[in-house]
Ligand binder design. Sequence first.
Ligand SMILES: Nc1ncnc2c1ncn2[C@@H]1O[C@H](COP(=O)(O)OP(=O)(O)OP(=O)(O)O)[C@@H](O)[C@H]1O
Length: 630
Amino acid sequence: MAYSLELSLFITISSKRLTSQEPIVIDNSKTINQPISDEGSSTNKPKAFTSLLPIFAFIKPYKLMLALALLALLITAAVNLSLGQGVKFVIDSGFIAGSVEQLQSAILVLIGLISLLAIGTFSRFYLMSWLGERVSADIRKAVFNRIVTLHPSYFEENRSGELMSRLTTDTALLQSIIGSSFSMALRSVLMLIGGLVMLMVTNFKLTLFVILSVPIILIPMMIYGRKVRKLAESSQAAIADVGTYAGEIIQNIKVVQSYTHEVKEQHAFADEVEKAFSVAKRRVKQRSTLIAIVIFLTFGAISGMLWVGGMDVLKGEMSGGELGAFVFYAVMVAMSVATVAEVYGELQRAAGSATRLLALLEIESDIKELVSPKVLTNSAQSVITFRNVDFCYPSRPDSAALSQINLAIPTGKIVALVGPSGAGKTTLFELLQRFYDPQKGCISFNDIDITQLKLTDLRQAMGMVPQHPILFSSDVWHNIRYGKPDASDADVISAAKKAHAHEFIEQLPQGYGSFLGEQGVRLSGGQKQRIAIARAILKDPAVLLLDEATSALDAQSEYHVQAALDELMTNRTTLIIAHRLATVIHADLIVVMDQGKIIDSGNHKSLLKSSKLYQRLCELQFDKANDDND
Ligand SMILES: Nc1ncnc2c1ncn2[C@@H]1O[C@H](COP(=O)(O)OP(=O)(O)OP(=O)(O)O)[C@@H](O)[C@H]1O
């Protein structure tokens, strides 16, 4: 009886395990990011298991936990095996011998064993699951730590969604491998060996029967199991499509509504959902069939065994207890083989995840730092020099984004960069912050080549206010304090006042504690800019990099933003990507750029005379300003 219970448990567990694998499978097959690595997938089986080995480096710190878990595993395996002897004893000494006392003592022993089994199983399950969770948390942290230090061009080649799935689904698969599959496999191997030995000891003829019937049960299981797994993969892929579709629509809800595409999107989404349903339907059908076949074959084989064994019992060649124990061990062997087969497939998929995660951990940032980099000492000085700088983006090696850039920016001066779209102005900012290194030439800060400078010193000295401010999904405190994490509340408020942001922040529902929504959606463009300016004021950088906003700010916002910027630029070396004439007129130096080159430089007056492009840009601005005034 205990057996049928265990068998049905086994079937439930196996089907649950299939379900739990599914989300992971989809990630491997569907959203793998090819540039990172596509190794370790099912096409790379021979390498599969060796690629799991480096994961042991993450398990090593928790050796004690692992040892205890293995001990618990050994104990439970031994108890499981001895249970068969318990069954034999109960039947032979209790029922058959008709002795109440012996039956009682047999049952007591059985209860003792079962208690030991329960404690052992609890320990094994707890310790292994703990280990799985702990190791996957450590891997997640290691991967994230690596990701945030990588060069920005890496993120142009690898989409953020794909990196996220490394952090979540790939690590989750490893967690399930370490936390459950690994111990299941070990336990099953132990039970398989132990079970086979016990079978041989109990009855050799019947052992041959078992060895023959195991493949009869396993082969259809494996064939169907593979089909179910494949369908589970496509089912998850279809569900992922549904998620991606919904995510995009939710993100762009305003565009959808302004084009009144709600109904169209509802239909398109319904199609995606139905596609996912029809795949799921096929999977459910296959799985139901699989379960039915397994039940039929398993119980069929047990019945066969009972018949052969029963005949032996009737002939007096075997005791009833021996037959009971035999059935017990036979089912144990079959279950162990099934588990090992199932875990094998799972390990292969986990190997894929491990390969990808480890590949990610091995990537080095293209922006290298010297072993003992130079540090910035003179905080009062901030001289920037570009010498013969040539640069093309890694993704476009044949087209120069900057060429032959020579530029000297003295301490405390305001330098405006002007030029048509695509001239290379933003690229200049990127190089200065070492998001990329130029292929030729040299950029120096205070006469030190920036490649020799300590990266944090360099970036600490730069404060960037981008055209489209980046805000985090948090409150005002967090967003301003990002400029200086240890700033006091008073410092944050003072920076906000200087940035002309204090007043509007005060009027927000929870003042500085107001949540700004994803990317600060709950603020206007001008307000977002002022928060970004407050952040830069708090950082108090030696050099200010300002991508001036052209966005149609209303006159009042523009006044506030300009006043905040004036405050920020005072006594600070400033580079402005200038879109407005007002800034350009006051700049100490205006640099005119076109197609990656500096074509003119000077002040407003001299350029008006000498530079055709500058004249044209001014005319366009004046005409626009006049049109706006009309
Ligand atoms: N990440 C990138 N990868 C490849 N090419 C890029 C990348 N960023 C910019 N470019 C290219 O480099 C050139 C210079 O771009 P950049 O953004 O520096 O121009 P810009 O002068 O700042 O233009 P805008 O005023 O429109 O912002 C453009 O041709 C652009 O297409």
